[in-house]
Design a protein around this ligand. Structure first.
Ligand code: ADE
Ligand code: ZN
Length: 326
């Protein structure tokens, strides 16, 4: 229908996307074979059947298992290229993508192998599809801060390719104060800070992310809305929130898509964006997430245009680059 065509045709940026979360079952099995890695799945259907999650941790367990097939620079290239080709059809023109180096260096894959594959795909996408991009390196919050410092040291050797630092993985039990020092160092080195906050964690986590980590954007931020003073603060500062409706639903953060906080956040004057998070695991790419909020929330077509415009406003493109995209 009309709204669906509008969604397909609107230029959009994606600001909350874990590249390892785009690994489709077909590619997972192909790479497992290529790299002689054994997986507990016998076919594609078997993989898809396993994707039933009761919480963030259920998903993370399979997410880390799945990415164990990624070994070579070519693997990381193939993964990234497949995502970019897919979302090019969605009208995506800019992406700020997360990667989790510690999940790879922990398995003996070098930081340079990961980064090399990602950047060559991103550069080819700029040349051949006109897609611009920025890379955000995430620290895994379930691992010690010391290992985050190791990742940061690697990133410092590749500043021309890495724009920002983020914080992801298990939120419960691993609050922002644990990463205050490594974020301070990252900011000192010129990396722009963001963090997953208020996905399963509380409004207090979001506040700590702002005050202690000094994040410039909040990933998810759902639970910020539980706190009116914090909501007002985010609205006044126009701190962007990168929300992920289908992810929230699949991880049971919300019981149905009608409970997505996207509309409530828009109404509160927040700079909200819609994103896919880990599209292969949650069964929806960028436009599927736009469709989900349009179908399940009281949104009109103009709100879709606002969300697409917000995706550029909330991006880390320069003001001049934003002007061109908007
Ligand atoms: N890693 C990949 N996706 C994530 C999410 N939605 N939350 C936390 N860590 C993640
Ligand atoms: Zn995420």
């Amino acid at each position: 229908d009309l709204a669906s065509k509008l969604i397909d045709n609107l230029p959009k940026a994606e600001l909350h996307l874990h590249i390892e979360g785009t690994l489709e079952p077909e590619m997972m099995l192909r790479l497992a074979k290529r790299n002689k890695i054994s997986l507990p799945y016998k076919d594609v259907e078997d993989v898809r059947k396993a994707y039933e999650f009761d919480c963030l941790q259920d998903f993370l367990d399979l997410y880390y298992l799945g990415m164990s097939v990624l070994l070579t620079e070519q693997d990381f290239f193939d993964l990234t290229w497949a995502y970019l080709e897919r979302v090019h059809q969605d009208g995506l023109t800019h992406v700020e993508l997360f990667f989790d180096p510690q999940a790879h260096t922990d398995r003996g894959v070098s930081f340079e192998t990961v980064l090399g594959g990602l950047t060559s795909a991103l550069e080819q996408a700029q040349r051949e599809m006109g897609i611009s991009s920025k890379l955000i390196m995430c620290f895994l919050r379930h691992l010690p801060e010391e290992q985050a410092f190791d990742a940061l040291e690697c990133a410092c050797k590749h500043k021309e390719h890495i724009f920002g630092v983020g914080l992801d993985s298990s939120e419960k039990g691993f609050p922002p104060p644990l990463f205050e020092r490594v974020f301070a160092k990252a900011r000192e080195e010129g990396f722009v800070p963001v963090a997953h906050l208020g996905e399963e964690g509380t409004a207090e986590n979001v506040r700590e992310g702002l005050d202690l980590l000094k994040v410039e954007r909040v990933d998810h931020g759902n639970h910020a809305l539980d706190d009116p003073a914090l909501t007002q603060r985010l609205a006044e500062a126009q701190t962007p929130l990168t929300m992920c409706p289908i992810s929230n639903w699949r991880l049971k953060g919300i019981p149905t898509l009608a409970h997505s906080p996207v509309k409530k956040a828009m109404d509160a004057g927040l700079l909200v964006t819609v994103n896919s998070d880990d599209p292969s695991y949650f069964g929806g790419y960028l436009n599927d997430n736009y469709r989900a909020v349009y179908e399940h929330l009281p949104l009109v077509e103009k709100d879709l245009v606002t969300l697409a415009q917000n995706s550029f406003k909330a991006s880390f493109l320069s003001d001049q680059e934003k002007q061109i995209q908007l």
